[in-house]
Design a protein. Structure first.
Length: 535
């Protein structure tokens, strides 16, 4: 049978369209700077200006964006024009800018025209990078989280022009919506919660997507599990509702990059998704522009997110977290790889910045150099911290270890120190000359988790305590963990001890043999200064 020519042509056009569509590169697959032009009618500018009014501008302290009206715009991306694009201003306390400055935008291409998209994407965030002069943090950190297996919206660069006014360089990010969910999950019917500004999960979070956005039973079940008093049952219940493995990875990366404005440390900048493929919730990072600011920040930061706080009360979680960090460091988190990636991005965006402002470009270069230095320093610090178990004290089978390395220290002038012989013993001596003072011999040690006892044998004479100071006298003390009851007056050789427990996988402690008094003298038998590992 002969096929009509028009059917053949239609078939050929369809095949050609599919081939061309498949050949269109994903905008987030390679480094580039998109050219975006936004045209908004004056009445639309007035609408967006409402976000900049005194009544509706950003108000810190937990108030959130109180008035962010939307308007329609014509948007051109690399020469391709889109009509009736929904657009509004975005940003929180540090990044929000009014319409007449350098505002950040949220753009939805298909709000008013079904299936309108740019290379398969219909929602974008245009971040003004007000808090990141490198324009790199968002990109390298989003790539890092994705490498670790945490679905995270990707980012690239764009220049933005608003009604003919050049706004400069932006960071362009994938928008959270159903199409984004479909790229990462099979079942996309679960609720995608927006963490908002400084809102923890137990607050009334808005829902960005979900088949049943008014049903919060699953989130309530997770909340209930967090407050289970029995810690064994708590972990079991949390695991029923939260992907704990992914959460620990998320937390480790937040600490690696020092994402102080993320969920764990500030319950901010996150999305919470109920993944119906697993039946469990998982956290998704959002807003990563202030990173690596403190390269020496502790790997055990202050935790504020209620999910993290609840989990870390379970004894085994700190060890799992530490081991997760050790696994990720050098594999997923590689400082030199991040530094190289910044150089690649810099090669693409530098021309756009340099042609706009020499002064601004110079400032940008200094910021890039500082970021790379901080990453390099952070890498060294993390390496030292995560290798600590290998350097910790090793105890013999008896569990007893004599501490040899002691140094003297006084808080004011007037204390005398000596290493001498006393009663046929080698001693560490501390003597006060008769004024209020503190003198001590101290030693810093790395200890792995477990219960320990610090022991000593002491002799002291004419020790006069400091009035109104209940801690004055002769003591042996372990930093952060306590001391024996202070001894005053005079006494022959006597044994004292203090017991403590290390809860973290490894921790540095300071052992102290001290005299805190108005006057007196004490001798610490050097051979008796021991640590005993009980369990």
């Amino acid at each position: 049978m002969r096929v009509p020519v028009y059917l053949f042509i239609a078939f050929w056009l369809l095949q050609t369209s599919l081939v061309l569509r498949a050949a269109v590169p994903d905008p987030f697959d390679f480094d580039q700077v998109f050219k975006i032009k936004i045209d908004v009618p004056q009445e639309g500018i007035a609408v967006l200006g409402e976000s900049s009014s005194v009544r509706g501008s950003w108000r810190g302290g937990g108030g959130g964006p109180v008035h962010r009206p939307k308007t329609k715009a014509t948007v051109t991306i690399n020469g391709e024009t889109f009509k009736e694009v929904s657009i509004k201003l975005k940003g929180a306390a540090g990044s929000f800018q009014p319409i007449y400055a350098k505002p950040a935008f949220t753009m939805n291409l298909d709000t008013h025209i079904d299936d309108q998209n740019f290379r398969g994407y219909d929602k974008f965030y245009l971040n003004n990078s007000r808090q990141d002069d490198t324009f790199c943090n968002e990109i390298i950190c989003r790539e890092l989280f994705n490498r670790a297996g945490i679905p995270t919206p990707r980012a690239t660069h764009a220049t933005v022009e608003l009604n003919g006014r050049d706004l400069g360089l932006y960071v362009m990010v994938e928008g959270f919506n159903k199409k984004w969910l479909r790229r990462h999950f099979d079942n996309i019917d679960g609720n995608l919660y927006d963490g908002g500004f400084l809102k923890d999960i137990f607050t009334d979070l808005s829902v960005n997507a979900g088949a049943d956005p008014l049903n919060h039973d699953a989130k309530q079940a997770l909340e209930d599990a967090l407050y289970e008093k029995d810690l064994v049952k708590r972990l079991e219940k949390i695991k029923e509702h939260l992907d704990v493995e992914m959460f620990l990875t998320h937390l480790a990366l937040d600490v690696f990059t020092w994402n102080w404005d993320g969920y764990a440390m500030k319950h901010n900048n996150y999305r919470l998704y109920h993944n119906l493929d697993t039946g469990k919730f998982q956290f998704i990072p959002h807003g990563m522009d202030q990173m690596f600011e403190d390269p020496y920040a502790s790997i055990y930061p202050r935790i504020r997110g209620v999910v993290a706080m609840s989990l870390f009360q379970v004894p085994e979680i700190p060890y799992q977290y530490f081991e997760r960090m050790r696994k990720l460091y050098g594999t997923v988190f590689q400082p030199e790889r991040l530094i190289k990636r910044i150089n690649e991005l810099e090669a693409v965006i530098a021309p756009e910045l340099e042609k706009r402002s020499e002064r601004g470009f110079s400032y940008h270069q200094r910021a890039v150099s500082q970021l790379q230095d901080n990453i390099r320093i952070r890498g060294g610090y993390l390496s030292e911290e995560l290798s600590a178990p290998d350097r910790a004290l090793k105890f013999p089978e008896s569990g007893e270890l004599q501490i040899q390395d002691w140094q003297s220290h006084q808080y004011m002038q007037g204390m005398q120190f000596d290493e001498a012989d006393k009663d046929k013993r080698q001693v560490l001596e501390v003597k006060s000359d008769g004024q209020r003072n503190l003198g001590r011999w101290h030693s810093t040690q790395l200890l792995t988790h477990g219960t320990y006892r610090f022991e000593a044998s002491v002799r002291y004479e004419r020790v006069v305590p400091i009035p109104t100071d209940p801690a004055s006298g002769v003591r042996i003390r372990v930093s952060q963990y306590g001391a024996n009851k202070p001894l005053t007056g005079s006494h022959g050789w006597t044994d004292i001890s203090t017991e403590f427990r290390i809860h973290r996988p490894v921790e540095e402690v300071e052992l102290s043999c001290e005299l805190r008094c108005m006057q007196g003298i004490v001798w610490f038998d050097r051979d008796s200064l021991r640590l005993v590992k009980i369990d």
